[in-house]
Design a protein around this ligand. Structure first.
Ligand SMILES: NC(=O)c1ccc[n+]([C@@H]2O[C@H](COP(=O)([O-])OP(=O)(O)OC[C@H]3O[C@@H](n4cnc5c(N)ncnc54)[C@H](O)[C@@H]3O)[C@@H](O)[C@H]2O)c1
Length: 366
């Protein structure tokens, strides 16, 4: 069993605790820690977590813990991950890797220097939906990939998240929050990106929280909330990505991959399942394709379990820093391009992570 120490027990922690304790057989939660102690106590009560620590430094000092799971807010990721690596722990972080590309690069350098593993969310690309899309593309069902387009449209998270300020602060915004799902899926389907252009703006300088317990609180918006970009892939394919927290939409907007012989309708990359739909040149309508891989349900923590497997066996880690750093660079480059009114070259390289394989034991990675 690889032992996990969780830092940050907020809104997303529940699904990780549920899946680590109930689904994945190679990992267990050894300790939790939150600035608000009651949150850690609730996790201990509900999921039988053995230990609570008052500070992250106490948690990092625990020799039993192999991997630190960083579930803090985006602007806190860098400091928490840095301190964990300095203490000699492997780190799996929620997205984004850090709030800036420079911070992301510094974390990667530190992990390399220390010989530690570093990676993180999203892991939805390992789910049945995106893996099925990848197989269809690799098996030639859409011919030669030509391009992709994806749209993430919503009116922001202040209507449901209990503490939503961070979505509008450094490291937040729709591209940094939701872009990781779309970009991680896109690079797994189309390969790395060599350059981008983007236009970004903030439509509303202030937002009002309507969720409890902070309803009525006004948030000053510090980040762009309407971010559009064009992706120039290494392969020559061209992508379009549009993310916004400023516009209403009542469902998953389209995410399509275009090929010389067909078009693939990709499922919501913030989920693990389908539907996957394929339109071939000779046919008139999209047809649903049965999912060909495991993990169609909410399997958050799959990337962490995969990291634990790599730690045990030495095999490649799918959600590693090559991927999270590349995604971070592309996301932040849209804003740099917008400010400079220019094409921005991407310096980080990306090679697709190994595809998923079927393992008959549920919760055990290949
Ligand atoms: N909420 C979601 O639906 C969701 C979904 C996917 C990913 N995420 C990602 O998960 C991360 C956390 O989001 P959330 O919604 O759970 O946020 P949250 O604000 O609900 O929880 C963050 C928690 O981290 C704690 N924390 C911060 N610094 C700490 C430190 N140094 N030591 C101990 N605890 C510390 C805070 O006290 C807080 O309880 C973010 O990166 C977010 O992008 C959230």
């Amino acid at each position: 069993m690889v032992k996990i120490g969780m830092v940050g027990v907020g809104a997303i922690s529940g699904i990780y605790l549920k899946n680590i304790t109930g689904l994945f057989q190679e990992i267990e939660v050894e300790a939790v820690c939150d600035l608000v102690r009651e949150k850690a106590e609730k996790a201990k009560e509900e999921y039988g977590v053995p230990k609570i620590y008052d500070t992250m430094y106490d948690l990092f000092a625990d020799d039993e813990i192999d991997i630190v799971l960083n579930l803090t807010r985006p602007y806190e990721h860098y400091e928490v991950t840095k301190a964990a690596l300095e203490a000699g722990k492997h780190v799996y972080s929620e997205k984004p890797l850090a709030a800036t590309f420079e911070e992301g690069k510094a974390l990667v350098e530190l992990a390399k220097d220390k010989g530690l593993m570093l990676g993180g969310a999203p892991d939805t690309f390992m789910g049945a939906g995106i893996q099925t899309c990848r197989k269809l593309i690799e098996d030639g069902f859409i011919g030669t990939p030509v391009g992709a387009a994806a749209f993430m449209i919503c009116r922001g998270h202040e209507s449901w998240h209990p503490d939503p300020e961070f979505y509008y602060k450094h490291g937040g915004g729709p591209m940094m929050d939701m872009g990781p799902y779309y970009l991680t899926a896109m690079i797994n389907l189309l390969g790395g990106v060599r350059g981008v252009t983007g236009v970004a703006k903030t439509s509303f300088p202030q937002r009002v929280i309507t969720s409890q317990p902070k309803a009525g609180t006004v948030i000053d918006v510090d980040v762009p909330t309407y971010v559009t970009g064009i992706l120039d892939f290494d392969s020559g394919a061209v992508g379009t990505l549009f993310t916004t927290f400023d516009v209403v939409n009542n469902g998953q907007a389209r995410f399509e991959v275009y090929g010389s012989e067909g078009t693939l309708l990709v499922p919501d990359p913030n989920t693990f399942g389908g539907p996957v739909l394929l339109l071939r040149q000779e046919e008139k309508e999209f047809k649903e394709i049965p999912l060909m891989f495991d993990y169609a349900d909410n399997s958050r923590g799959l990337g962490l379990a995969d990291m634990a497997k790599s730690l045990e066996t030495g095999r490649a880690f799918r959600a590693g820093y090559e991927q999270t750093l590349h995604v971070l660079e592309v996301m932040t480059a849209f804003e740099r391009s917008s400010m400079a009114r220019a094409y921005v070259e991407i310096e980080s390289d990306y090679q697709s992570a190994p595809a998923m394989k079927h393992n008959p034991l549920k919760g055990v990675l290949d």
